[in-house]
Design a protein around this ligand. Structure first.
Ligand code: ADP
Length: 310
């Protein structure tokens, strides 16, 4: 089967900034494909090219077999796009926004109601409220309903969960799972590495380059160093001290722990404990753990990992 999206050597520059630096990959039909990377990685630029809103400087891309520049009109009919920043009309009500997007595509809420039902039902009680007066999670549901109302075969969701609370984030990913079952291909970007596990495959993107494309399981499998989770009464100082330890390859905060990748050596756990106790750390916990997707991404990143959201 022909892939849903084919990206071949895309380059896009804005003056001195190279937003995309020879990006190539393919997304299969029916996949939930995640682009994960920090602010400024190039995710929005890539989505704008794929949804025909920007023209690349070099390279080309195809969406459902259509060329993003030559066949832009055809692509616009079949894609749903939820831009990063809230794109709805703030003064129009929930229902008016949805009607507006339906009418652009010469359809009606009624015609495709089944597709948005699960999502829209949650905001329908507020259908007369202006979109600008909705909570973050409700805005996100309305924006997704608007992106779906013309029954797209492929969806582009640019950071749909940024600034949304943890419960709404989870609900949102559950909704995407249902849309996948409808056969819709979904490309989604996010700065949250913990969302990688909800995707079939992910691309890690940084400074306009793809660092890795794999399944979440495949990414974890390729992790090279032993990994320790550490905690003490003084977490701030602990990070500095862990970084000073000679066996540390990299260390960063992850939830209530510090994760430290260490050089292969069976005694690392004991040795680092002695080293940190010598630095005066109390209530010290050191335990060996198995790397998750976030740890694997940290290993691939080139810049300060604190720039990523964990
Ligand atoms: P992301 O979506 O991952 O945050 P973007 O695609 O928005 O990344 O941006 C990639 C880089 O390109 C950033 O350095 C950004 O400042 C720059 N950029 C994006 N759009 C423009 C623009 N219209 N003019 C100038 N620079 C831009």
């Amino acid at each position: 089967m022909e892939p849903s999206v084919v990206i071949s050597g895309l380059v896009k520059k804005f003056n001195e900034t190279t937003a995309l630096d020879y990006i190539s990959l393919a997304v299969e039909k029916g996949e939930i494909f995640g682009f994960i990377g920090p602010d400024g990685a190039g995710k929005t630029t890539l989505f704008r090219i794929l949804t025909t809103l920007l023209i690349p400087d070099k390279g080309e891309a195809f969406v459902e077999g259509f060329h993003t520049v030559k066949d832009y009109k055809k692509i616009r009919q079949i894609v749903g796009y939820m831009p990063g920043r809230f794109s709805l009309y703030q003064d129009l009500s929930v229902e008016e926004n949805l009607n507006f997007f339906a009418s652009i595509f010469k359809t009606s809420i009624k015609e495709n109601y089944h597709l948005i039902k699960d999502i829209y039902q949650q905001i329908e009680p507020f259908k007369t409220r202006p979109a600008g007066k909705l909570s973050g999670g409700m805005k996100q549901k309305l924006a997704l309903s608007c992106a779906l109302i013309h029954k797209p075969v492929i969806l582009f969701l640019d950071e749909p969960t940024t600034g949304v609370d943890a419960v709404s984030r989870k609900e949102f990913w559950d909704m995407l799972g249902k849309l996948k079952q409808e056969g819709i291909t979904i490309l989604v970007s996010t700065p949250y590495m913990d969302e990688a596990g909800r995707c079939d495959r992910v691309a890690l993107i940084q400074e306009g380059k793809i660092l890795s494309v794999d399944t979440p399981g495949g990414i974890v499998k390729s992790y090279a160093n032993p990994l320790l989770a550490l905690k003490s009464a003084n977490m701030y100082q602990l990070l500095f001290d862990v970084l000073e330890y000679s066996g540390t390859v990299r260390a960063y905060r992850s939830g209530e722990y510090i994760h430290a990748a260490v050089k292969k050596n069976t005694k690392q756990e004991e040795n680092i404990k002695v080293f940190l106790a010598g630095k005066g750390h109390e209530q010290l916990v050191v335990k060996a753990i198995i790397a998750n997707v976030e740890d694997s991404f940290m290993a691939l990143m080139k810049i300060a990992p604190t720039l990523m959201t964990t």
